[in-house]
Design a protein around this ligand. Structure first.
Ligand code: ATP
Length: 329
């Protein structure tokens, strides 16, 4: 295929951030990645990724984090769009606009979300209509967290975190996210984890029974106690003031708190909206967390929110609702 198969001119996908409820880091694999066993939850903090047919490839990033994100060919959204174009034999450049609300280098998979959104939006714009399996395979090529950004909800990840199994759980959880003003580089956090564990025999990672029981029951108190992250000591070693943030959260009503992914965001679980407001105020007043956001989870993965046709105008909300709605081939 060398040209678009639809009359769409623009498509916007919305993609959530993630927190890791549990992250077990196993031994280093021959390819340099670590064996992981993780439980992801998609939370209601989103980037919107819009793609439009254009004369040349390009990307614009809007929002408070725009300066931290590359606006060239290294942007993960552009890389995702180009990968799909290559695979599908498409020769139609797009301009990508990212309205970014997911903090950058925060352990919330913002770049992965943008890659997933670009895949889904370009897939619709170009009329490729890839199967869910095909999109997931491209997502995994782009990064370990990209398949989960497509899937959303709550899921177990194994391998590099890219082999997913949805977790059927109950419950809607309220999170308070304590952000840092300095990001952490994921490779640096893994290197610090390896340094701290040097000489220690690291077992193969396995999801814990307590996490699965908590998610099945939907009991926020049990989930709060089950939160854990093997990268937390490394993140705290690189940003020691996170200890203080954790302490303030636990002293102010959190049911549990954990560094999300490679950090430095700390995700606090609270029992309800009122508690989330109290905790957000306490964290902000302490000065220990430069910014605080609140979100609920689980939420759905990448989905299309608008599609615009060519001369005939907007199609409004798209009927196509994400990878689960794709035809299988
Ligand atoms: P993860 O938890 O997936 O390891 P993260 O959430 O900690 O990653 P990201 O926000 O994905 O971190 O950003 C990691 C780096 O990727 C940033 O330093 C940024 O320069 C780069 N990057 C490339 N494209 C993007 C994008 N579209 N959005 C955010 N960061 C991007």
């Amino acid at each position: 295929m060398s040209s678009a198969q639809t009359s769409l001119q623009g498509v916007t996908a919305r993609v959530p951030a993630k927190v890791n409820l549990e992250l077990m880091v196993g031994p280093v694999r021959p390819d340099g990645f670590h064996h992981l066993a993780t439980v992801f939850q998609a939370v209601g903090l989103h980037d919107d990724i819009s793609v439009e047919t254009a004369d040349d490839w390009g990307v614009t990033v809007n929002g408070p984090y725009a300066d931290l994100v590359p606006a060239d060919g290294t942007n993960l959204a552009i890389r995702a769009a180009r990968l799909l174009a290559r695979e599908a034999g498409i020769d139609v450049p797009v301009h990508i606009t990212i309205d970014k609300d997911i903090p950058v280098a925060a352990g919330m998979a913002g770049g992965s979300a943008d890659a997933a959104g670009a895949l889904l939006a370009c897939d619709a714009l170009w009329g490729v209509w890839s199967s869910r399996t095909a999109l997931e395979a491209l997502a995994a090529e782009l990064g370990s967290d990209v398949p989960f950004a497509l899937l959303g909800g709550t899921a177990m990840g194994s391998g590099r975190g890219d082999q997913l199994a949805p977790v059927l759980g109950r419950g809607r959880y309220t999170w308070v996210l304590a952000l840092s003003d300095t990001g952490l580089s994921t490779p640096q956090v893994y290197a610090e984890c390896d340094r701290l564990r040097a000489g220690v025999r690291v077992p193969e990672p396995r999801p814990s029974a307590s996490m699965m029981t908590a998610l099945r029951s939907g009991d926020a108190r049990s989930l709060g106690q089950a939160l854990s992250n093997d990268l937390q000591p490394a993140a705290l070693s690189l940003q020691p003031r996170l200890e203080e943030v954790l302490r303030i959260g636990m002293d102010n009503g959190a049911l549990g708190g954990v560094v999300s992914g490679s950090g430095p965001t700390i995700a606090f679980l609270v029992s309800d909206t009122e508690r989330s407001l109290d905790l957000a105020v306490a964290l902000a007043a302490s000065g220990a967390a430069p910014a605080v956001k609140r979100a609920v989870g689980p939420v759905r993965g990448a989905h299309i929110i608008t599609a615009t046709s060519g001369p005939r105008g907007s199609l409004g909300s798209a009927g196509h609702t994400g990878p689960s709605g794709l035809r299988s081939s």
